[in-house]
Design a protein around this ligand. Structure first.
Ligand code: ADP
Ligand code: ZN
Length: 617
């Protein structure tokens, strides 16, 4: 069996990486040993390499035998754009890879089939429809003859209803077992839930699989949660920390997407909308503009954000809550895939969850699991503890650190309110005064002394609790109420409009038993210095050179018609800017420079560095 040394050599030679990331070695060894596996790693953890590298490492033919076929890795991938990205990337690295999907013309398809027949293809990407959909039996027979070495199933959570992106066609993948006897199956996903993992094992009929679960913490991401106040102001404050940087803003409806994108452009940002209602052509253009770095910000619906992965996304904002922590993890995880610092902000209000319930109910999708996931998400949003910890523990991983240093809670942006218990009692007594029959908006209005139509009609202006918190803003009071719900002092439910009621603990506090702590948001410093992106490239030794290298990358990318990150990631340019390689030999020591890339692009970058140095003197 090929050894770890060979894997490591391949990693170095082809990709320019010095070593494995956590669990990559184990995952690759399982592939080479033909043992079924489930690999769960966070976005950016390096899953692709777990099947790409073993596809290039082969067992030597037994002594005396003629070398046999090398065979190929069969990769199932749900999205045409992701397939194309990976194959483009592999080809730039000098790897023989191809994909088969509906976008190919007959000639291109024939060429791919020929390369498989002639054993010239090391990785073949296909969509699940293509592989196991109707009438695909002949195709599978053909593949079987070409010698598949193993099957990698990317985004394997799509097989489970507990995941965030269930796709019925993934269910059919179970039949691969019969059609490819003796070929091992390897499932990869970033969704960590136990239930999802179990579904994957059952549905794919994995045989005693090796299950590898990576750490889900993404220390380079800073998590913040804001209660929705003035959305534009809140977004402005976030953008002030990310001048000229790439980001994604998720909205819950197409209308919001359009409105927000338009507003951003009016504010002088380079932003485009992205949702399923746009004509294909325009949507594809917006996606390319973002991937090719012509545009900084994409405003997208959550239902449609999967194609807009770019490795140097520095912020992901949710202008509305997603429907589960799984969704949140997946979507926010698109930030900082290059490992550099990035920020994830959830801007939410309690109404988001109500809207989700109504929407899911309308579609007949409001199952018990959907309800439970919504509650979990609400708990995360209104929680007052470390966000990293909350997410990591939600996904079943123990947390060992005190302070993550990268969330609103640990950064002390949530300020304990001095007279919390008094404020809590005022709120609880107001809920009691309105006879536990009104919702959060109404109770808030009464407390801040806002004589809204309903408040007046119910004569709640006469209550002793009317205006009891008149010095606080409506957003702040809502926030307190949501915290009381999260802390179990108030109950918020009922159909169709949830109303507030006291729990036993709430009644006790109101009577004078116990204490509670409420938190107020303190906006993070919008501390940015001039010019580029201090948040992400803050420690950058040489921002000017970095910019020059970016220009070179952009030019090369345009010439080849690929996105810039396919040429090199930011991390590689950063390393170059810091270490200023002078020769091709130096260049091989730079992070992410494999043999083929050094050969194709080395001179262009070395020239640029040389010219830059000369100009400095
Ligand atoms: P995932 O599919 O898990 O989201 P990717 O496979 O896209 O993650 O990898 C994320 C990034 O990490 C990519 O830029 C990839 O090139 C890089 N990467 C993967 N493995 C390594 C490694 N062993 N050393 C350095 N960088 C790596
Ligand atoms: Zn924290």
């Amino acid at each position: 069996m090929p050894s770890v040394t060979e894997l490591r050599d391949t990693l170095h030679r082809v990709w320019g990486f010095s070593d494995f990331r956590p669990l990559q070695r184990e995952a690759m060894e399982a592939v080479l040993a033909r043992r079924d596996s489930v690999v769960v790693m966070p976005t950016g953890g390096g899953k692709s390499l777990c099947f790409q590298a073993p596809a290039l490492v082969h067992a030597p033919a037994p002594a005396g035998d003629a070398p046999g076929r090398k065979g190929f890795a069969l990769v199932v991938s749900p999205l045409i754009s992701l397939m194309k990205d990976q194959v483009d990337g592999l080809r730039v690295d000098g790897v023989e890879a191809a994909y088969l999907n509906s976008t190919l013309g007959a000639d291109e398809r024939d060429a791919v089939m020929a390369s498989l027949r002639d054993d010239r293809c090391r990785l073949l990407y296909v969509s699940p429809e293509r592989l196991v959909g109707e009438g695909s039996q002949g195709f599978r027979r053909f593949l079987q003859q070409c010698g598949p070495r193993f099957v990698a199933i990317d985004e394997a959570h799509c097989i489970s209803q507990w995941g965030h992106d269930f796709r019925p066609e993934y269910r059919q993948l179970g039949r691969l077992r019969e059609d490819f006897p003796g070929v091992s199956l390897h499932a990869f996903t970033a969704t960590a839930g136990d239930r999802v993992r179990r579904d994957i094992v059952t549905e794919l009929r994995l045989d005693d699989p090796l299950v590898l679960v990576g750490s889900f913490d993404r220390p380079n991401l800073t998590f913040r949660v804001l209660r929705r106040g003035n959305l534009h102001t809140q977004i402005k404050q976030i953008l002030a920390r990310h001048d000229d940087e790439a980001g994604i803003i998720y909205c819950s409806s197409r209308r919001e997407v359009e409105a927000l994108a338009e507003w951003l452009v009016g504010e002088g940002h380079s932003a485009v909308p992205y949702h399923a209602g746009l004509p294909d052509q325009i949507r594809a253009r917006h996606q390319d503009d973002f991937l090719d770095e012509r545009v900084d910000i994409v405003v997208a619906t959550v239902a449609f954000g999967m194609g807009i992965d770019r490795s140097n996304v520095r912020f992901v904002v949710h202008a509305g809550s997603p429907r589960s922590p799984e969704h949140y993890q997946q979507e926010s995880g698109r930030a900082g895939r290059d490992g550099l610092p990035a920020e994830c902000v959830l801007i939410y209000s309690g109404a988001d969850f109500l809207r989700w319930r109504q929407m899911l109910e309308g579609n007949g999708e409001l199952t018990d699991s959907a309800r439970a996931l919504l509650r979990d998400m609400e708990r995360y949003a209104s929680g007052t503890r470390c966000r990293h910890r909350a997410l990591v523990e939600y996904f079943g991983e123990p947390w060992h650190r005190d302070d993550c240093g990268a969330c609103d809670w640990c950064l002390k942006e949530l300020d304990a309110v001095g007279d919390s218990t008094t404020i809590a009692r005022k709120i609880l007594s107001c809920v009691a005064r309105v006879k536990q029959t009104w919702g959060i908006g109404h109770v808030t209005d009464v407390l801040i002394g806002k004589p809204s139509e309903k408040v007046v009609a119910a004569r709640h202006t006469d209550l002793s609790t009317f205006g009891l918190l008149k010095d606080e803003s409506g957003t702040a009071v809502r926030g307190y109420i949501e915290q009381l719900v999260a802390d179990g002092l108030l109950l918020r439910d009922g159909d169709p409009y949830p109303i507030l009621r006291l729990t036993a603990a709430g009644t006790a506090l109101l009577r004078g038993d116990g204490e509670c702590v409420l938190y107020r948001e303190v906006p993070p410093p919008s501390g940015r210095t001039r010019g580029r992106a201090k948040t992400a490239v803050g420690q950058l030794a040489d921002p000017e050179l970095f910019d020059v290298l970016r220009e070179v990358r952009l030019r090369l990318a345009r010439e080849r018609g690929v996105p810039p990150y396919v040429i090199f990631h930011d991390t590689t340019l950063r390393d170059m800017a810091e270490r200023r390689p002078a020769t091709l030999d130096d260049l091989h020591g730079i992070y992410g420079v494999g043999a083929r890339k050094a050969e194709s692009f080395g001179d262009a970058f070395l020239d640029a560095i040389r010219t830059f140095r000369r100009a400095e003197r």
